[in-house]
Write a new protein. Structure first.
Length: 252
């Protein structure tokens, strides 16, 4: 089975950030991630109706990278800001309730590997995701997903994060359960989420200072369709148990 059924996602605490703060936050994260995997050193900033702009953090100094990314975010959001915020000459110190949508695309050996997208600077809803793993290039193992999940979770201190299954059928099943956060291959709940996990769901639990990781299995659940379907079934059963055990797990 293809590995492109996974995405690494984070539900963050809503917070207004200026354009420059947004750029600084993202690039500070990439500085940490590229120590684990050098693929995070080079990326393209993408925006609909604008030409992609390449970044190479092995060449570009941090402050220069912040300035370059800040100006790109400003330029690609300028017309939108003028229309909705009625601000004619915003600067990189501009912030707004809606925040700024970001899309960074990562390549290795001239092959697209994944993208980072989301909005980390909105006081309404903030989130981040690593997704868009192409079928032919999706060769990442459990340890890679878990390392990236841990690093970014520690960096942002999110409410919820996980290595989630993004197939449309699975997402539909989760929506039918009317729950806040779907379980994935690995799932993190912060203590602030106030979701009570029953002891009988059969997952490995790894406690941290601020939350807990629930690990379905450290084995490859994509090795066959049969293994995958069994894993999905176990995830759905566990979500039903959590919902019965914790009222806060249900949608409002």
């Amino acid at each position: 089975m293809a590995r492109n059924i996974f995405g690494v996602s984070f539900i963050l605490h809503p917070e207004d950030k200026t354009i420059k703060e947004t750029a600084t936050c993202l690039l500070s994260l990439l500085e940490i991630l590229r120590k684990e995997d050098d693929i995070f050193s080079q990326f393209s900033y993408a925006k609909l109706n604008f030409k992609n702009v390449d970044f190479d953090l092995t060449i570009l100094g941090f402050n220069d990278a912040v300035e370059k990314l800040s100006q790109l975010i400003l330029r690609t959001n300028l017309s939108n800001i003028r229309e909705y915020e009625k601000t004619e000459k915003p600067t990189a110190d501009f912030a707004r309730e809606l925040g700024f949508q970001i899309l960074l695309v990562f390549h290795k050996n001239k092959k697209m590997r994944f993208s980072i997208n989301g909005n980390i600077s909105s006081s309404r809803f903030s989130s981040l995701a690593i997704t868009d793993f192409p079928v032919k290039n999706s060769d990442y193992e459990f340890d890679w997903y878990f390392r990236m999940l841990k690093i970014i979770t520690e960096y942002f201190n999110p409410i919820f994060s996980g290595v989630n299954i993004i197939s449309s059928d699975y997402i539909a099943e989760c929506r039918n359960l009317k729950i806040k956060y779907p379980l994935g291959w690995i799932t993190y709940f912060s203590d602030e989420s106030k979701i009570e996990i029953p002891s009988d769901i059969g997952f490995e639990a790894e406690k941290t200072e601020k939350g807990v990781y629930l690990i379905l299995t450290r084995e490859d659940i994509t090795q066959s369709k049969e293994v995958y379907w069994l894993a999905e079934e176990k995830l759905l059963e566990a979500m039903q148990k959590i919902k019965k055990n914790s009222a806060n797990y249900s949608e409002p």
